[in-house]
Design a protein around this ligand. Sequence first.
Ligand code: IPM
Ligand code: MG
Length: 367
Amino acid sequence: MNQRIGIIYGDGIGPEIVTEAKKVLEEVASLSDHNFTYEEILLGGVSIDACGEPLTDEAVTRAKSCDAVLMGSIGGDTTTSPWYKLPPHLRPEAGLLRIRKELNLFANIRPAYLYQELKEACPLKEEIIGEGFDMVIMRELTGGLYFGNRETKEIDGVLTAMDTLMYNENEIRRIAIKAFEIAGKRRGKVTSVDKANVLDSSRLWRKVVDEVAGDYKGISYEHMLVDNAAMQLVRNPGQFDVVLTENMFGDILSDEASMITGSIGMLPSASLNDTKFGLYEPSHGSAPDIAGKNIANPIATILSAAMLLRFSLDLDKEAQWVEEAVQQVLKEGYRTADIYSKTAGRALSKLSCTEMGEKIRKHISRK
Ligand code: IPM
Ligand code: MG
């Protein structure tokens, strides 16, 4: 079967990590009867430099013509990069927000899983880690504060800025359904996170989630206030299975959840619409400080490619090959700089970005 995969290299370490993930996809293709063709799509700072805007209409059309898109990371150093001298709608992040909206990618899945091999990198105490943890954050991605009207103007001579937080019940319902569906394939628990003691949008969120929960009797669920959820994540992360939340809370909580796994360099993500199409990217950013040094960790992007195989191309077995190869390479003690520890209690080998990609690819080739 021939499938079209969009490739967004992006900025910073993006090109380095996507190159490794693409090699992994090629390895998978060579071992099966699948043929992938690639469409390069410009997004972020590179698109600003080449076309004067972070995402062109042509790039959107190209992305829509693909079965799935694999992306690196976008953006630069916000204090030094000339991209951040531009008005907000022309900065790299505006391109990312636009592609999410144009492709209707409302469901953002961000797993946070503690690899047994990386326990030493987890900043939490042994007694808190317990048996480890394995959760997914299900973040609403095309609504809320990110997409409401915003304005900065003088009111009574005082400079004032406002951002609008708005959700309608349909937007809440469709993401809640995704969360309950995914929980059904996992440990069967949804924690819906909101700020219903203050916000109207959260009170509607609760009402709609309650309605959806009624259709999923086998799934246990609870509501949790976002400030409490931030605290519970470091107090007892093992209690979470699927965390369902709105856009801004999900942005913040997913960074927190990823940090307690030891390295944000390990975590993939998927952004899905209501078809099979998805955009897959690491949960981390473009790390401009280490760009071009061949020391970035390609694992989050490689695992994002695995999610792409599973969710958009229905290649479950192949996705598993990739995930097992990553596990195996970690088990053998190979680490990129971000997950390397001198005090791991055993000898580890420090690898570059390309060496790590190659190790994983080799493991897959033995399937
Ligand atoms: C993320 C990022 C983006 C977001 C930024 C780059 C706009 O932090 O994907 O989590 O806030 O959604
Ligand atoms: Mg973020």
